[in-house]
Design a protein around this ligand. Structure first.
Ligand code: SF4
Length: 109
């Protein structure tokens, strides 16, 4: 997965990595789909090492909010949630619990 980075994410990462922002961008990032946003040049993320985030305290907001289960309009994002369940155990477990709740609720009708 490739998080989008906004200007504030780049500023935070540049501070932690002790790099000028333009150097961080040229070395690690490329323009993303949203105006002014960037994504990583490579996958997996260059800051992932041995299954750990090496910039955890300065990670982008996208990383902080993943898997976005707390955000509004959960039902309108169900396709994305199902896709995320193939790579994220937390999303998988939430979906499994929802299925149980759904079938329990159906038995009460
Ligand atoms: S949490 Fe860290 S390693 Fe994972 S995508 Fe975000 S910045 Fe990269």
């Amino acid at each position: 997965m490739s998080p989008q980075l906004a200007k504030r994410d780049i500023r935070r990462l540049a501070e932690v990595l002790l790099l000028p922002e333009d150097e961080l961008i040229s070395e690690y990032l490329q323009p993303g789909e949203d105006k002014g946003a960037y994504v990583s040049r490579q996958a997996p993320c260059p800051f992932l090492q041995d299954k750990l985030c090496t910039v955890y305290e300065a990670r982008p907001d996208n990383c902080r909010s993943f898997p976005n289960l707390h955000k509004r309009d959960f039902r309108s994002r169900l396709i994305q949630v199902v896709e995320n369940s193939t790579v994220c155990p937390i999303v998988y477990n939430v979906l499994e619990l929802l299925k149980l709740e759904f079938w329990r609720g159906r038995g009460r009708r």
